[in-house]
Design a binder for this molecule. Structure first.
Ligand SMILES: NC(=O)c1ccc[n+]([C@@H]2O[C@H](COP(=O)([O-])OP(=O)(O)OC[C@H]3O[C@@H](n4cnc5c(N)ncnc54)[C@H](O)[C@@H]3O)[C@@H](O)[C@H]2O)c1
Length: 453
């Protein structure tokens, strides 16, 4: 039975995979070029911030070790997972710069190894990258042949930051791109060992898997944008309510309810860039990828569009508090965050902007330096705010009362992107402006009437 695995790259995804595999009884050797990451893991600590990571590493310490030597990892395991960064380049494609460096070290290690070993690329790449961008490096450095002497797979993960270990151990399915069936057979053994939910393994060619990975993310973002468009429709229909409409769509099994809650755009380290990258490779291949481009433009323009639509509720020069700066609740990540985009767009439109986020304040403060003040406490953020905008469903915001929002003033405008404080609409001191609900039935009805009467 396959028992010894190695993980190259101990970052947000790699460290959790290391911990997850060790928690399922496997011996795991972690490799990183960062001494800090290696030392942390060897000391039983988490090298990055992630839910339960520290506990799982500590609890499985006897099966985990870390090193800066790729040779040690390859010689001490049967299969190596590579999870190094593949950042977007200036064209929106995923750069192989870090992966090539890692594959060079892996090729050199393979040269020293007697016996078969499988290399598994987990980092997100575009179609063709594994076979044509990375495989030649392994063969060149090792002097060996893929298929005969070693195996190669592409095996991306579908995880969300904040629940990486749980998602890794309980996925909907494992996406397995294989150079040949021998490589895939070995990797499938790992999946069966690791999975807590007996997840199916979908095996295919390297290229189909490379496309499927980005296509999954891209398709999910289409649902999000569609829901955001429905939200806008509902604001123009008497009695319009995007949640009612989304619930109806979700009843249809072909569609499903997930990712259909209209509110605000998608962000984070994966969704936006996967869309752009897929469009990039589509252009190279001559594919009509306009859907991807429109979706990306729609999402990136959402903050600006919302400000224009909210103009009647946003007198010139008022102070606006934006609550929620991470790209989702319970996260410190501000990459491509709708809340940060909103702050920037508000500042550019001449408003004084004060931001707040329980976990992302530090990063957002640096990012928004010239555009907004980011406060440590919610009271500081609300103190001078004539308008408050809630962009994430953080539990702190769900618990806000009229008194906290008002901070002693007579009136405050509340823009609620996720309709989480609907009950405050009844308070005459709160001018409640929900996204995705119609707030002027009469006007909406007369606009419709003029079309049909
Ligand atoms: N974070 C996510 O939510 C997520 C989700 C799905 C896929 N991915 C993909 O996983 C990959 C890694 O993402 P991440 O968020 O874990 O990145 P990260 O930046 O958090 O971590 C990458 C780690 O790799 C290390 N590294 C770089 N070069 C190395 C080398 N040659 N040898 C050994 N270690 C090396 C870095 O020091 C770092 O610790 C990316 O391709 C990303 O697109 C990430």
């Amino acid at each position: 039975m396959l028992q010894n695995v190695s993980v190259i790259g101990l970052g947000k995804l790699g460290a959790s995979m290391l911990a997850g595999m060790a928690s399922r009884g496997m011996n795991v050797i972690g490799v990183d070029i960062s001494k800090h990451a290696v030392d942390a893991v060897n000391a039983g600590r988490a090298p990055v911030q992630e839910t339960n990571l520290e506990d799982v590493i500590a609890a499985n310490k006897e099966r985990i070790r870390a090193t800066m030597s790729t040779d040690e990892a390859v010689l001490g395991s049967d299969i190596s997972f590579v999870i190094v960064p593949t950042p977007s380049d200036q064209h929106g494609a995923f750069s192989l710069q870090y992966a090539k460096f890692a594959f060079k070290a892996l090729g050199q290690a393979l040269k020293k190894k007697n016996g078969y070993h499988v290399i598994v690329l987990t980092s997100t790449v575009l179609p063709g990258a594994t076979r044509h961008g990375l495989l030649p490096i392994l063969e060149q450095e090792s002097g060996k042949k893929c298929g005969a002497d070693f195996g190669l797979c592409y095996n991306p993960e579908f995880i969300a930051l904040g629940s990486v270990i749980r998602d890794f151990l309980n996925p909907d399915f494992y996406l397995l791109g294989e150079f040949d069936s021998r490589s895939g057979d070995l990797l499938e053994q790992v999946h069966h060992r690791v999975s807590q939910n007996n997840a199916p393994v979908k095996r295919m060619s390297l290229e189909n898997a490379e496309l499927a990975k980005v296509a999954v993310n891209s398709f999910v973002t289409l649902k999000i944008s569609y829901a955001n468009m429905l939200a806008e429709f509902c604001e123009h229909l008497p009695g319009g309510d995007v949640d009612v409409v989304s619930d109806a769509l979700g009843m249809d099994k072909r569609i499903g309810r997930k990712y259909l809650t209209g509110g605000f755009g998608f962000g984070g380290p994966c969704f936006p860039r996967d869309n752009v990258a897929l469009n990039f490779i589509g252009n190279i291949l001559g594919v009509d990828g306009r859907i991807l481009k429109v979706n990306d433009d729609f999402n990136r323009g959402l903050a600006q569009r919302r400000i224009e639509m909210l103009k009647p509720h946003l007198p010139a020069g008022v102070t606006v508090a934006v609550l929620g700066l991470a790209y989702k609740p319970l996260s410190h990540v501000i990459e491509e965050s709708p809340g940060v985009y909103l702050c920037r767009a508000l500042a550019d439109a001449g408003y004084r902007v004060i931001g707040h986020d329980n976990l992302a304040a530090q990063g957002a403060g640096e990012e928004l330096k010239m555009k907004a003040i980011v406060t440590d406490t919610i009271e500081e953020a609300l103190k001078d705010a004539e308008v408050v905008m809630i962009t994430t469903t953080d539990s702190t915001y769900l618990a806000l009362t009229a008194e906290t929002l008002l901070q002693g003033r007579d009136k405050v405008t509340l823009v609620d992107f996720w309709r989480c404080l609907k009950h405050l609409a009844a308070d005459p001191r709160i001018h409640y402006v929900p996204i995705g609900l119609c707030i002027d039935d009469e006007n909406a009805a007369s606009a419709l009437k003029s079309q049909w009467a």
